[in-house]
Design a protein around this ligand. Structure first.
Ligand code: HEC
Ligand code: HEC
Ligand code: HEC
Ligand code: HEC
Ligand code: HEC
Ligand code: HEC
Ligand code: HEC
Ligand code: HEC
Length: 443
């Protein structure tokens, strides 16, 4: 009897191990992907947090050293830097600053960014209030050149005077670059810190049992909102709620979801930059891929991964910010969920069968085909911004949408061929769906 039980148990164990070993890699995400959706309009900020105020990352550091350390080493902590405190934050060559520049290094208080481009904040009184303005030149870190900067050239060009000295950063930039400014209008801390994603933390810091918002606890569609508040281009919400025109928003047009704090329903504060499939705009190509930076959210909401509950933080550690363009994790970043012949694809049995390139070839890197470079950081920057619209864009689609050929993944590496020839290659491989064989299914 004992022996029989032992063998029964042994067989069960083998079967369990076999099932476990053959589970699709996506299985551990089952709980996340099946979480009930609560609706975009529901306020998820913990009640206790509503009374709290912003305290700054120094306070959080006292108890969360590891998270603080990871965040401090990331680009989020370096977005705004105080020049007086750290002169090395300036990456530009000020000895080459053009003569008609309307600012000097001495006048500049903060640097903005630096990885792709750097801009400078200069104290100014605008509209009778003490504010900041932006220099009329920006440093392009990619081309190592100064170039003109006209911040009023965006959707709000009718809302502000066409003069950098009269153009305030408070309504047009600071909500996304300082901590606390979006929610309270106060620059609690320069750069993007803990409370931009976790909400005000004074009550939690006093009593750790008092909750702060943690995005991963809510439904996955809502999880993304902590990133969407900044990584998604928008319009002033009043254009929708009050039918205001840019002119009517004179000196007040706001380019971030003012009043939003993590957990609150972002939809009540944000009007995303408009896009309709098939129609090219200043910000998007006709297939929905971005022409500019900070459009990750606008693109990602078109993707099936988004719709089925995959979130920004499934691919990016929210504190370290890996994966980034500087530290690509290669195919491992995708293969932690995907596997060949699995339910979510790729639906071929090997890498080479899926990509039709040698396994070690650049042409076998997932992001090269599924995240082609479609955007630029400035009009004069190289094409480096990778699309977060992961579904593959065929050469025939690139052509039919009227997109420049270099935004097509295949063409980016095969500039000696035409889009038509590349489409034919795919046809020969048999890698086309019915609808994409002749007509590139658009509009
Ligand atoms: C006095 C120490 C202390 C301070 C200061 C502190 N925390 Fe915490 N925090 C804790 C402890 C302890 C926990 C674990 C509590 C628990 O598991 O319920 C925690 C948990 C958290 C969590 C996870 C919450 C969850 O629901 O899983 C987050 C996020 C967090 N803290 C963020 C912050 C932020 C942001 C700050 C700064 C505004 C901060 N903490 C300041 C002690 C502190
Ligand atoms: C860019 C947004 C962002 C910033 C900035 C940020 N966090 Fe988080 N943090 C998150 C998200 C999202 C999660 C949930 C991650 C998860 O569950 O995988 C999280 C989780 C946590 C947790 C809980 C960890 C756990 O295992 O449950 C703590 C504690 C925490 N953060 C503290 C901090 C502190 C302290 C800072 C500042 C030094 C900070 N965070 C900055 C987005 C952010
Ligand atoms: C308050 C605004 C804000 C929020 C919230 C925010 N970001 Fe960012 N993020 C930025 C800015 C600004 C930069 C550019 C930083 C720089 O260049 O110094 C950036 C940069 C990044 C980068 C590139 C880092 C690098 O090394 O190049 C990644 C990845 C990223 N964010 C992911 C996220 C994710 C994921 C979330 C949500 C969990 C998030 N961000 C939330 C504003 C924000
Ligand atoms: C809605 C939020 C938002 C607003 C408003 C905003 N930014 Fe940003 N900005 C971001 C995010 C997010 C990034 C990083 C992600 C990316 O570049 O794709 C970024 C990147 C940048 C960078 C490049 C950083 C680097 O390291 O190269 C600069 C410079 C910059 N912003 C300046 C500005 C200025 C100046 C304004 C105002 C005229 C402004 N931004 C308004 C969210 C915003
Ligand atoms: C399926 C995985 C995946 C998802 C989901 C995803 N990203 Fe990314 N993201 C990547 C990869 C991979 C890269 C780096 C590409 C490279 O190495 O060039 C990247 C790059 C970035 C960058 C850096 C861009 C640059 O030019 O340096 C930012 C910012 C970013 N992602 C933000 C986001 C935000 C915000 C979301 C949610 C809306 C998001 N990502 C969702 C995989 C993902
Ligand atoms: C040489 C270009 C190329 C590379 C590299 C590539 N793919 Fe694809 N992928 C495609 C094409 C073409 C399709 C078919 C798209 C369609 O039917 O619309 C596709 C489709 C998919 C699909 C949809 C399901 C399916 O099987 O049709 C998934 C998932 C996918 N790829 C994941 C990946 C992953 C993960 C990697 C990296 C291991 C990768 N791809 C590398 C070209 C590529
Ligand atoms: C956290 C898990 C996860 C990661 C990481 C992940 N995926 Fe996915 N992906 C999914 C799921 C789940 C689906 C299925 C969605 C569906 O079929 O509706 C999917 C579907 C896709 C599709 C087909 C649907 C579409 O919208 O085009 C492509 C292409 C794809 N993934 C590419 C990638 C690439 C490239 C990476 C790496 C940069 C990646 N995925 C990383 C979970 C993931
Ligand atoms: C990141 C670069 C890259 C991308 C993206 C890429 N390829 Fe390639 N391709 C290569 C390289 C390198 C080779 C040569 C060796 C190899 O990998 O097989 C190659 C070889 C080929 C070949 C065989 C030799 C030739 O030139 O006739 C064809 C056909 C081809 N690619 C078509 C495509 C198509 C179609 C796409 C889009 C689905 C594509 N490639 C995407 C880099 C790329």
């Amino acid at each position: 009897m004992k022996k029989l039980l032992f063998w029964l148990f042994f067989i069960l164990l083998v079967v369990a191990a076999f099932i476990y070993g053959n589970m699709p890699k996506i299985a551990p995400y089952y709980k996340q992907l099946t979480k009930p959706r609560v609706g975009l309009n529901l306020d998820l900020q913990p009640k206790e947090q509503k009374e709290a105020h912003f305290v700054g990352s120094g306070k959080c550091k006292e108890c969360h050293k590891e998270h603080y350390h990871d965040w401090k080493a990331s680009m989020h902590s370096k977005m705004i830097q105080v020049i007086a405190k750290d002169p090395k934050a300036v990456v530009a060559d000020f000895s080459r600053l053009p003569e008609d520049a309307d600012f000097t290094l001495k006048e500049a208080v903060y640097t903005i960014g630096g990885k792709f481009k750097q801009r400078y904040m200069i104290p100014a009184t605008i509209n009778g209030k003490s504010d900041f303005r932006l220099g009329n030149y920006q440093w392009n870190s990619q081309t190592k050149k100064w170039q003109h900067f006209k911040p009023y050239k965006y959707w709000y060009h009718d809302s502000y005077p066409h003069d950098n000295k009269q153009f305030p950063t408070s309504t047009t930039c600071d909500g996304c670059h300082f901590t606390g400014f979006m929610a309270t209008g106060k620059r609690v801390e320069p750069a993007i810190a803990c409370e931009n994603c976790h909400g005000p933390g004074s009550k939690h810091a006093e009593d750790p049992n008092s909750p702060v918002f943690k995005a991963s606890l809510v439904d996955p569609i809502r999880t993304n909102e902590v990133c969407f508040q900044c990584h998604m281009r928008n319009r002033d919400k009043r254009i929708e709620t009050e039918h205001a025109t840019a002119k009517e928003l004179w000196m007040t047009a706001t380019d971030y979801p003012k009043g939003y704090a993590p957990g609150k329903p972002l939809i009540s504060y944000k009007l995303p930059a408009p896009f309709a499939p098939g129609k090219e705009t200043k910000e998007f190509w006709a297939n929905g891929a971005a022409k500019k930076n900070r459009t990750q959210g606008n693109e990602y909401i078109h993707d099936r991964m988004y719709q089925h509950g995959i979130t920004c933080i499934n691919c990016h550690d929210p504190h370290k910010l890996t994966n980034t363009a500087q530290k690509p994790q290669g195919n491992a970043a995708c293969m932690k969920c995907h596997s060949f012949g699995s339910i979510i694809g790729p639906h071929q049995d090997t890498l080479e069968q899926h990509t039709h390139h040698k396994a070690g070839s650049k042409g076998s890197l997932c992001i090269e085909c599924h995240m082609p470079k479609t955007g630029r950081h400035t009009g004069k920057s190289p094409l480096t911004v990778r699309s977060h619209r992961f579904s593959f864009t065929y050469p025939a689609q690139t052509k039919a949408y009227g997109m420049p050929p270099e935004t097509n993944a295949c063409f980016a590496c095969h500039k000696d061929k035409t889009l038509d020839q590349l489409q034919d290659d795919l046809k020969k491989w048999g890698n086309l769906e019915w609808e994409k064989l002749e007509s590139p299914h658009i509009r």
